[in-house]
Unconditional design. Structure first.
Ligand SMILES: Cc1ncc(COP(=O)(O)O)c(C=O)c1O
Length: 477
């Protein structure tokens, strides 16, 4: 009998033959008692060496799929348990996901452009060329030396004590958030912190209030928890507290630098939000994602430090200060949620990589993080100045910038009949990456505009790009 085996190329011939014979037996195409061709005939049929087919048969015999009867031949073994196979269209019970996953956007915040634009204003990126990788390498080496000792074992889900301590000191000093190291839980970025809070606070159907416009990945985490999400408008003072839905169980805000518009939430609004949450028994997520780079004005007290009732979960990240690939963030939850969030973290991924945590702790405790922040502050300030000046002067006819006090992006409203589609996706100039703000709205955007990230583009390039934009816009008119 000729047996059907297809070989692709000449690599791993015995593996290819083995896998096909084995699946033929397991799936029932080769039935019990069926005689196989001799190893010599099979080798000739397939154009392989006899040794190859001998190896395959020996392996299948040793695993019990084939039985050899000396002098008679080799047969498919009797009594094997078969894997049931059904044609796809007769399947009644397919693996089914919850409906929410079919409407979840595929790429929440991935750049849509594989090859970066030469002049790219993508938000959410930092300049890795300016990161002190030599110092970082020393921190990693230090972490490796620490970790190379003893046995390999699971660690504390809340994170490495040294890093929790470093974060807690940093928060006290730079963000006016008082905490003990035990209050800090290390996560994979702010995103995981938001997801863990959602898991422990929300039941399906609960209402979550978010800023409109706001941060889509946070909305996605709440949607994944089965929540009903309601967008609440923001104005120059941030979230309009009177518009909060009465039954919200959770409110997600970005008070130090509203995402994406950039204004800080006023102290009055912060107090009003805390009072509202206290009346409702609602939890607040304060996402302080990029307040580190402050260029003007005094920082307003974080909600966390104004919170007397224990309702604020303060979330931070190293994605803007170091780079997003590091995937390190943290949450300082209200005491009442601390244990549950640690459990959720453990259930999700046990703990974040202890090597990265140890390296980051050293980077912070040695003062290198603070040095890096000071250096980046200067660069980003320079970029911001160039951008603001261009938008306010040579591009003032088309853009109305909203100048934020902090952060590494800003937005600008489009004037006249200019639309996002005329500018984004390389439409205005194929060398310039421009991005619209409409995607940050849950409902119909109130206006069109652009978000200019300046984390990944140098000052000189901003100047060149702005001139190019002006030329193109003049031609368009
Ligand atoms: C509002 C907001 N929160 C958080 C983050 C950072 O998230 P992660 O720490 O998961 O990278 C970003 C990044 O762009 C953001 O815009």
């Amino acid at each position: 009998m000729e047996i059907h085996v297809t070989l692709h190329g000449r690599d791993d011939l015995s593996g290819q033959i083995y896998r096909q014979l084995r699946s033929g037996i397991v799936e029932g195409r080769l039935v019990a008692g069926e005689r196989l061709p001799s190893t010599r005939d099979l080798a000739t049929q397939l154009g392989v060496s006899r040794k190859t087919t001998l190896d395959v048969f020996e392996r299948l015999i040793s695993e019990g799929y084939l039985r050899s009867r000396p002098g008679d031949g080799t047969f498919v073994a009797e009594g094997l348990i078969r894997v049931p196979t059904h044609p796809a269209d007769s399947m009644k019970h397919q693996a089914r996901m919850q409906a929410i996953w079919s409407s979840m956007p595929v790429q929440l915040s991935m750049p849509r452009h594989d090859v970066p634009y030469p002049f790219d204003f993508l938000g959410g990126v930092t300049d890795k060329r300016l990161f002190p990788f030599d110092t970082w390498r020393r921190c990693i080496n230090h972490a490796v030396r620490l970790q190379a000792r003893g046995r390999g074992q699971y660690r504390d889900p809340a994170g490495e004590q040294e890093l929790r301590l470093a974060v807690s000191r940093y928060l006290a000093f730079s963000r006016a958030v008082a905490s003990n190291w035990q209050d800090v839980i290390v996560t994979h970025g702010a995103q995981q912190a938001i997801d863990l809070i959602a898991r422990v606070v929300l039941r399906p159907g609960d209402v979550v209030a978010v800023e409109e416009p706001g941060y889509p990945p946070a909305r996605a985490a709440f949607a994944a928890a089965g929540a009903k999400i309601i967008g609440v408008s923001v104005d120059d003072q941030g979230l309009i507290v009177e518009q909060l839905p009465r039954k919200a169980r959770l409110v997600y805000v970005t008070p130090s630098h509203q995402f994406p518009l950039g204004m800080p939430m006023s102290l009055e609004r912060r107090v009003a939000l805390l009072e509202w949450a206290q009346r409702q028994g609602a939890v607040i997520i304060e996402d302080d994602y990029d307040g580190e780079f402050r260029f003007e004005g005094r920082p307003v007290e974080p909600l966390k430090s104004l919170d007397r009732a224990g309702l604020v979960a303060y979330v931070g990240t190293f994605s803007k200060t170091i780079f997003p690939e590091l995937r390190v963030g943290y949450v300082v939850p209200p005491a009442s949620l601390n244990e549950a969030i640690q459990k959720a973290k453990q259930i999700s991924d046990w703990h974040s990589c202890s090597l990265t945590q140890a390296a980051l702790a050293k980077f912070m405790l040695d003062g290198d993080f603070a040095k890096h922040l000071r250096r980046m502050h200067k660069h980003y300030e320079d970029r911001r100045r160039t951008l603001v000046s261009s938008l306010q002067n040579e591009l003032a006819e088309w853009f109305e910038p909203r100048i934020p006090a902090a952060g590494i992006h800003m937005t600008a409203r489009l004037k006249g009949s200019l639309k996002e589609k005329h500018l984004t996706g390389g439409a205005l100039d194929p060398s310039i990456g421009l991005y619209g703000i409409s995607g940050f709205y849950m409902n119909r955007p109130t206006h069109e505009g652009l978000i200019f990230g300046y984390g990944g583009i140098e000052s000189d390039d901003i100047g060149i790009a702005m001139k190019k934009i002006r030329m193109r816009l003049l031609k368009m008119a």
